[in-house]
Design a protein around this ligand. Sequence first.
Ligand code: ADP
Length: 402
Amino acid sequence: MSGQNLVLIFNCGSSSLKFSAIDPASGEEHLNGQADALNTSSAVLKWLYCNKEGKQPLSPGDDYDSVIGALVERFADPWSELRNHLVAIGHRVVHGGELFADSAPIDTNVLSAIRACCELAPLHNPAALQGIQASLVAFPELPQVAVFDTAFHQSLPDYAYLYALPFRFYRDHHLRRYGMHGSSHRYIGERSAELLKKPINNINVISAHLGNGASLCAIKGGQSVDTSMGLTPLEGLVMGSRCGDLDPGLLLHLGEALDYSLAELEQLLNRNSGLLGISELSNDCRELEEAMAKGHAGASLALKIFCYRLAKYIAAYTVPLTRVDSLVFTGGIGENSAWVRRETTGWLSQFGYQLDEECNEKIRFDAEGRISKVGTPDIFVIPTREEWVIARDTIRIASRAS
Ligand code: ADP
């Protein structure tokens, strides 16, 4: 570790806090861990440091403050060597609204702006704020930077980000497409340029980030020009437990004819739909593939709908790009599921896409490479590195601010 500068990264979700320490120059990870099931009786803090796993139970009342407090104690001992190399802290913040087109050094104005965006991400931004505030108290001497999921998509043109609602809903309430997974899509654009050996401002990429949450991004010359998530992470692709696109009239029907309350709708659309809702089995792609292999009809239908929707979106994103230099699969499903990649590209043969079946079967478990046949349009699998993007941004912004 000697001579290395490390960035500590916090990613506060609605009931979890993930953390890692990364060398922004190489992307090497020296620590990672997470506190899960916060505010429940099974809350626990787990980590991997120097290839050794550790864990510590948390109390049911423990929140982001207590977790960061527990980390500060571990940084005093036994992680003191690591502590000596920390030079900055980066916080993942889901929603920056229209206020942030780039990462920002945290000060009182930035904190107020993140607070102002809580209405747009009520589950995520309050958690990020609590994490940032605890971290400012715990590490007062380190510069701290907010890295927004939405910032990369601030380059969308108005015809791509506006909904066809009366214009005043945008003007008065900022209702528009914002998009998420910005750090991941940005990395995929940059890494594609390296793999294609072309300048980033000269390539067009379709990036498919397929994890529990899933989104597609059209990247033109390194800039996001369209993306499938919208005002919230519900829009677009079929996801683990989220429905993605629906007829908005269906929501009216659920409210009027079936008497659904707003809370019930939220639960239905975010937590009980998607792969889980269709299969009536699981939100987990790997489990569904196993069940499909044993003849489970729901699992098979759910995966088919997932890939069909994805293929339709990929076809649609040839519109803003006109020329596509690479189609990239990433995220847990995109990086590991040869079946999803095959089924999806199977719908896209009219665009010339053809898989090299052997490469497609081989690439998984953090491997990177081309999976298309020689002489056909490029399809890559690229493991995403969101934390590395956050670490690099943190150093870039912290050194500019100091
Ligand atoms: P998150 O959005 O929570 O970060 P991930 O990117 O970790 O999610 O992706 C989780 C998804 O990846 C799950 O649906 C999981 O089943 C899927 N996945 C992981 N490994 C495999 C695999 N070998 N085959 C198929 N799907 C996989």
